[in-house]
Design a protein around this ligand. Structure first.
Ligand code: HEC
Ligand code: HEC
Length: 186
């Protein structure tokens, strides 16, 4: 083989390799945009009304009873008035209940069902499974209990929260227990 030919082969090889990498990358990006199956919030009314003050939590993060409790208490919603007209309240309640976290309806968030009491809390951040999943955080911060609401802004740490992706492998780079404390002087 002469030198010119081997150069030509090399460059065809790198074009192919480039294409594979580009496709691989596209695959990853495409996947992130698509999000977790069934967990991308698309209801425009819900996003507008319930995403105004905080992240529009996926219906699949709470069981029906909790959503019902929240929707019945909007005039005193964790200290804020979030009341809506009856029609909008009804519409959002149906959307939340239809897509709620549910035993026997597997989803990417089913793990949150673990140890669910008969009377579930109103907050996602108080579900027993949620507390268990985040146990490492108070330990890392060396506090007995986190302040109420500390973990409520999911998107602060879970960069793909809006896509319904909460995997611990996909937290913000450089965020989370694996790095906490490492940059502080001792
Ligand atoms: C006027 C602002 C406001 C609006 C509008 C609002 N919320 Fe909230 N919401 C809050 C505040 C404040 C908290 C408590 C956050 C904290 O403790 O840091 C909260 C907390 C929550 C939580 C509990 C989060 C946790 O800690 O697990 C849920 C669930 C929730 N809201 C759902 C809704 C839904 C559903 C709607 C629409 C019907 C809605 N919110 C509209 C202000 C609002
Ligand atoms: C302060 C940062 C922080 C906030 C805010 C936060 N999380 Fe997390 N979350 C984590 C960390 C860190 C882990 C992984 C813990 C571990 O490694 O065991 C985690 C784990 C999880 C897991 C389990 C993932 C898995 O792969 O098993 C779920 C589900 C989850 N979080 C959902 C939420 C939701 C929903 C909210 C908002 C209501 C939220 N988180 C708010 C940091 C956070």
């Amino acid at each position: 083989m002469n030198e010119q030919m081997s150069n030509a082969r090399w460059s065809i090889g790198s074009v192919l390799l480039g294409a594979v990498l580009a496709f691989g990358f596209y695959g990853v990006v495409g996947n992130a945009v698509e999000g977790a199956p069934g967990q991308v919030v698309q209801d425009a009314v819900y996003i507008e009304e319930c995403g105004a003050c905080h992240f529009a939590y996926q219906p699949g993060l709470l069981p029906r009873k909790s959503w019902r409790g929240i929707m019945l208490g909007l005039e005193d919603h964790f200290g804020e008035n979030a009341e809506l007209d009856a029609e909008t309240t009804g519409q959002i309640t149906s959307y939340l209940e239809e897509n709620a976290l549910q035993a026997g309806k597997p989803s990417s968030l089913s793990k949150l069902m673990r140890n669910m009491p008969d009377e579930p809390p109103l907050r996602i951040t108080e579900l027993p499974a949620f507390v268990f999943m985040h146990e490492v955080i108070p330990r890392q911060l060396q506090v007995k209990e986190l302040k109420e609401g500390f973990l409520s802004p999911c998107e602060d740490c879970h960069r793909e929260a809006a896509e319904g992706i909460f995997d611990k492998e996909r937290l913000h780079p450089g965020y989370g227990p694996s790095v906490w404390g490492k940059n502080e002087p001792d």
